[in-house]
Ligand binder design. Structure first.
Ligand code: PGA
Length: 258
């Protein structure tokens, strides 16, 4: 089973190969190897190779891609397939990140196809779900995230679902400085956990569910302590090796406390 808490960095469209190498060296120097946590760094595809070289020798640091296409190969200019991401050193992949859904128009159905492609290639999907502010204000949070959850995981076998991760990222909290309270996170995580149990039938319900959205060095520990929060997915605050090391240290403290 994957060590938790899981601390995942989403660099988005930042940090090229040289910067990725320098970042990982600076982070690793500040952050001793941990057994009780899983660190995942998701660089842009062009930096995966450099990042893989930079993390070699650190069994606790894993790499993820930020997106894949669902076909394995072919005439799809500009896309990266799951086998290509895997060959470049990724073990994980974000699927259905809110920017994919809301900037690039990715549909629920497409997230399902991407999760299937990821699992087929031996990549672990991190399925991202989250409601917009309007949906939250209309009382639709649970309905929206459960719809996204089912659509994303529907095509996977029970064993593949059990091997996946979920990230709850309220859209209104991403990059806005507005964080869900630990209680908000716990409430939605509880609903997601129950629904994962439903997707899995009687099988393992223990899929890690991460929280994401304006996580920073000041709020990481409280969010990690919230019941049902198994880790964090961090954007802006993961771009600086010092703040990222501090968030990972909060995860290590939480692991020691469990
Ligand atoms: P943020 O991004 O931490 O900058 O809000 C999180 C994410 O989009 O994964």
């Amino acid at each position: 089973m994957i060590a938790r808490p899981v601390l995942a960095a989403n660099w988005k469209m930042n940090l090229g190969p040289h910067e990725a190498r320098a970042f990982i060296a600076a982070f690793a120097a500040r952050s001793p190897e941990q057994r009780g946590t899983t660190v995942i760094i998701c660089p842009p595809d062009v930096s995966l190779d450099a990042a893989r070289d930079a993390v070699s020798g650190r069994a606790d640091i894993h790499l993820g891609a930020q997106n894949i296409f669902w076909e394995d190969k072919g005439a799809y200019t500009g896309e990266t397939s799951a086998p290509l991401a895997r060959a470049t050193g990724a073990e994980f992949v974000l699927v259905g990140h809110s920017e994919r859904r809301h900037v690039f128009g990715e549909t629920d159905e497409e997230t399902g196809r991407k999760c299937v492609a990821a699992a087929r290639a031996g990549l672990t999907p991190i399925l991202c779900v989250g409601e917009t502010l309007a949906e939250r204000e209309a009382g639709e949070t649970e309905r929206v995230v459960l719809r996204q959850l089912h659509a994303g995981l529907r095509g996977l076998t029970p064993a593949q679902v059990a091997g996946s991760l979920v990230a709850y990222e309220p859209v209104w909290a991403i990059g806005t400085g507005r964080t869900a309270t630990p209680d908000d996170a716990s409430t939605t995580h509880r609903a997601l956990r129950a629904a994962v149990g439903g997707v899995l039938g009687a099988a393992d319900r223990d899929v890690p569910i991460l929280y994401g959205g304006s996580v920073n060095t000041a709020n990481a520990a409280a969010l990690l302590a919230a019941p049902g929060v198994d880790g964090l997915l961090v954007g802006g605050a993961s771009l600086d090796p010092v703040s990222w090391a501090s968030i990972v240290a909060a995860g290590a403290a939480r692991a020691a406390h469990r």
